[in-house]
Design a protein around this ligand. Structure first.
Ligand code: ADP
Ligand code: MG
Ligand code: MG
Length: 889
């Protein structure tokens, strides 16, 4: 195969092979934009290298050939002593992984060619600055030397001179640093810095390949669910220099604001600097707009290029560029990451600008982003003490205890604390700490700093560059301009939307998007927020596209009403267990303690009217829409007092000689009902079979409530759902009893009642015998929580706290199967049950209840296997609507 592509040979659709950076460099080259010439080594070569520990046959020869071609075009050889060609060796995988993979600049410099570079450029300082950068980057990324050693040496050089800015270091200082750096390399790596340019390049290429498996890259991929075996491409790009003087510089730009989505000029620029300096927060950048005053020609050209790119990609692009002595060069572009709000706004703007269609717009947003927009905000009317303000790098409202290093962030969050990670700036080693924190606060760096980029990618609240806050990580404290000192463990609140930082816990309120879903904001009124309008338009489109219905899990009239406002088309799961709690516990105790049938009946009779009233309210809230009521599911002992508590009560009463007849009987009952493994015990349909009259009482309550609603002119649509069925016989017994009760009630009340009776499919056996069950079930509802428990043999209540973090860390799975459906295992069973259920009973209604019903990836799967509806918590209903629409589009 061909392993090396010149930039002129690739294009943007070759991301699998050339990585994102390489494919887009090629695309820009072909668009005629000023890209320094170069070539890309494919991901295929990387995969071969990683698998076999060496380059594939033919790769080296191909590199030789492309390098010669490049040297010819550039009119100089790599590292040529009197006039060196220098290159950068840059990683670039299919998915961008900010800061994860390493880049080495200025390859080709050594003691001789540095003289040639100085002579050619007429700038000694620049040449030696470039040389020390090479040794520094090469030492760090290729030879794995601790970067702090080099940074420490630079700090020492500045201190010796009494300056604070690297702009004040001169040629002699850089010469000194070169020699110091060489010493560091020799000592730390046990080998001298390689002076042969081609060896530098080959080692750098291998290092880029190897960096695919660097621990933090592995962690990032797991977080972002990027497949582990893609590998990275390597880009060899001829160098252009932003560090040639004040008429040179480097910057990053966005065609729209990645934080808000607004149109305008967004980016950062740094004069007399090389690439990394902008994002590293070494010096303070200037806003991109200022470039117009610094170098109008380059600025105008950049603006024109940005327009070209946006029209070409039809989306927000981000760009890395360098200006070398007044000449603009494009070094990178890609469709840029953005916040949730920006995603919706930009999609809407692009439709208005005629760049994309409404159908396309829904592919530009996703359910995770919508969920983020529904997060609560800080209450602006609450009294708040502002400590300072930084940049609004990634939106959200986060409250937590201030911690000043990643280790503490991880440790504290493991023990259940909410923390805000406060750092001067973050680097890739902070990744795990950032993941575990509620929010991230830095005192340095702009919107393109590591903290900002990574936080946006993770959807995590971030305020960056809050310079007025003095973050002292050594002493674990931070000082505000007002003199307040925040010690480790003090609670702070950070607002990623406004950039503000507050002392203590600020109360939160509903977001405008939630208020829109709640019907409090009219999205069509002319002063409606453009974000609300954008969300509204997307929702209209997805509702038109989707095939799946979306229902909600709701157990109370209030929840049902809210779910309906959020767009639920019924209730897919109405749990009845809460109807046995609170004051009603006594009645349940009576039921359980009943010795005779008569007592039992009395207890049930007392529960009946209470349940009926519960249902009336829910049917009223969901009038005209289906309400799937699940008969009692949990084990009875959950309704009884705690065994220890009860034992103590009995013992105390005994020692005091008090009466304790009832407690004693209760204790006996608790002992009798005690199970080693309640999750697999007496619950669900088994209760219905073992406790006479329990399920029929519930069905009677449902039927009576429905009758009442009918008489009141309503349109109740109950569906009765039997949980935890493993075999059709269980279902048939309960179904027959239920049908009898329903016709009894219909006769008593003189109304016509007929409603579907179906079952949950939540045991592997039920799924595997769905063909036998279907003839007796008018619907299936997949209970994916229990199905996941029983398919994996995981106790949901225990595993998350006990070994899931280890599983996630070791990459056994990238996300908990309770959060996102395990498609291969649990999904396969669902597919089998859906197919065989349909074959046995064409037209059987199929749905899913359980939190997976609101999980984006899972929703796409449910669409694909042809379910009729998903059901999720009221708050996730809009997310499920959105994803159901995207799945169908
Ligand atoms: P990342 O993937 O971390 O963005 P890049 O490969 O884009 O890494 O390189 C980091 C920085 O180095 C870029 O911002 C770019 O400005 C600079 N850079 C890379 N290659 C060159 C080059 N050939 N000439 C000048 N600067 C370069
Ligand atoms: Mg880059
Ligand atoms: Mg269940």
């Amino acid at each position: 195969p061909k392993y090396v592509y010149e930039f002129t040979e690739g294009n943007k659709d070759l991301k699998d092979l050339l990585g994102g950076k390489g494919a887009n460099l090629a695309e820009m080259t072909n668009l005629g934009l000023p890209v320094p010439p170069g070539f890309t080594i494919t991901t295929e070569a990387c995969r071969h290298y990683l698998e076999h520990g060496r380059n594939p046959d033919g790769l080296d020869a191909e590199i030789d050939e492309k390098l010669s071609g490049l040297e010819e075009v550039m009119g100089k050889r790599l590292g040529q002593p009197d006039n060196p060609l220098l290159v950068s060796v840059r990683s670039g995988a299919k998915f961008s992984m900010p800061g994860m993979m390493e880049t080495v600049l200025n390859i080709g410099l050594n003691d001789e060619s540095v003289q040639g570079l100085a002579a050619q450029s007429g700038n000694d300082r620049f040449a030696w600055d470039s040389y020390r950068r090479l040794i520094q980057m090469f030492g760090k990324t290729v030879l794995g030397i601790d970067g702090e050693l080099f940074e420490g040496a630079i700090e020492a050089a500045k201190r010796a001179k009494g300056v604070s800015d690297d702009l004040h270091l001169d040629t002699e200082d850089f010469k000194g640093l070169v020699s110091t750096f060489k010493g560091i390399v020799a000592e730390q790596a046990g080998r001298p810095f390689p002076t042969d340019p081609r060896e530098q390049m080959d080692l750098a290429i291998a290092a880029v390949f190897d960096s695919w498996n660097a621990p933090r890259a592995v962690l990032y991929r797991r977080q972002e669910r990027i497949p582990v075996d893609l590998g990275t491409a390597v880009n060899i790009c001829s160098m252009v220099f932003g560090n040639l003087g004040m008429d040179s510089g480097t910057g990053v730009a966005f065609t729209r604001d990645p934080a808000s989505g607004q149109q305008g000029v967004y980016g950062d620029y740094l004069a007399n600097a090389q690439g990394e300096d902008v994002v590293a927060g070494i010096r303070n950048t200037v806003p991109l707009g200022d470039l117009e005053k610094i170098d109008k020609t380059s600025y105008d050209e950049l603006m024109a290029i940005m327009e070209t790119l946006e029209n070409h990609y039809r989306d927000l692009c981000d760009i890395e560029f360098t200006i070398e002595r007044g000449k603009l060069w494009m070094l990178q572009t890609r469709v840029g990451k953005r916040t949730a709000a920006a995603a919706f706004r930009i999609a809407d703007q692009l439709v208005d600008q005629g760049m994309i269609t409404r159908e396309e717009a829904i592919s530009r947003v996703n359910g995770d982003q919508l969920a983020q927009l529904m997060f609560p905000r800080f209450d602006e009317s609450a009294e708040r003490r502002r400590l300072g303000r930084g940049m609004n790098a990634s939106p959200g409202a986060a409250v937590g205890k201030a911690v000043f290093d990643s280790y503490t962030a991880i440790k504290w969050s493991r023990s259940g604390e909410k923390v805000i990670l406060c750092r001067r700036e973050t680097n890739p080693d902070d990744l795990e700490g950032m993941i575990s924190a509620r929010g991230i606060l830095t005192s340095r760096g702009g919107k393109t700093s590591h903290a900002a980029v990574v936080a946006r990618g993770m959807g995590k609240t971030c305020v960056c560059g809050a310079e007025e806050l003095d973050i002292d990580t050594k002493n674990r404290r931070m000082t505000a301009p007002g003199g307040e000192v925040i010690e480790e463990g003090d609670v702070i609140s950070i607002d990623g939307t406004s950039g503000e930082v507050f002392l203590g816990e600020v109360p939160v309120v509903d977001s405008p998007v939630v208020r829109y879903f709640d019907g409090e904001i009219d999205p069509t009124s002319f002063d409606a927020d453009d974000l609300v309008r954008a969300v509204h338009r997307v929702m209209e489109q997805v509702d038109a596209e989707r095939r799946l219905d979306v229902r909600a899990n709701a157990d109370t009239p209030d929840d049902a009403a809210r779910a309906r406002r959020m767009g639920a088309q019924g209730i897919g799961l109405c749990r009845t267990e809460h109807m046995f709690l609170g004051d009603r516990r006594q009645l349940v105790e009576r039921l359980i303690l009943a010795d005779t049938e008569d007592e039992q009946e009395k207890a049930l009779a007392a529960l009946l009217p209470l349940q009926r009233d519960d249902f009336i309210g829910i049917f009223e809230a969901m009038d005209g829409l289906p309400v799937t009521v699940r008969l009692l599911d949990p084990p009875l002992h959950e309704f009884l007092p705690d065994i220890t508590e009860l034992s103590v009560r009995v013992a105390v009463a005994e020692s005091r000689g008090e009466k304790h007849e009832n407690d004693l009987r209760l204790l006996q009952a608790v002992h009798k009902l005690h199970e080693q493994n309640p999750m697999l015990g007496l619950r669900g349909v088994r209760l219905g079979l073992v406790v006479p009259g329990l399920f029929t009482m519930q069905v009677r309550a449902i039927a009576q409530a429905a009758a009442e609603r009918v008489k009141a002119g309503g349109d109740p649509r109950p569906e009765v759902m039997i949980p935890l069925v493993g075999t059709v016989q269980e279902l048939e017994i309960i179904r027959d009893e239920s049908l009898r009760v329903v016709s009894e009630v219909a006769a008593e009340q003189g109304v016509e009642l007929g409603f579907p009776i179906g079952t949950m499919i939540e045991l592997p056996r039920a799924a595997l015998t769905a063909g036998q069950i279907a003839p007796s079930a008018e619907f299936f509802s997949f209970g994916t929580n229990d199905l996941t428990q029983t398919v994996w043999g995981f106790s949901r209540d225990d595993v998350e706290a006990s070994f899931f973090s280890a599983y996630l860390e070791k990459g056994v799975f990238g996300i908990s199967p309770f959060e996102s459906l395990d498609l291969d295992g649990v999904g396969r069973l669902i597919r089998i049950a859906a197919e065989e259920g349909r074959a046995a009973r064409p037209g059987i209604k199929l749905g899913v209840c359980g939190e997976h019903g609101g999980d984006p990836t899972s929703v796409h799967f449910f669409h694909e296997v042809g379910l009729d509806y998903v059901s999720c918590s009221p708050f996730r209903v809009p997310v499920a609507r959105l994803e159901a629409g995207r799945a169908a589009a």
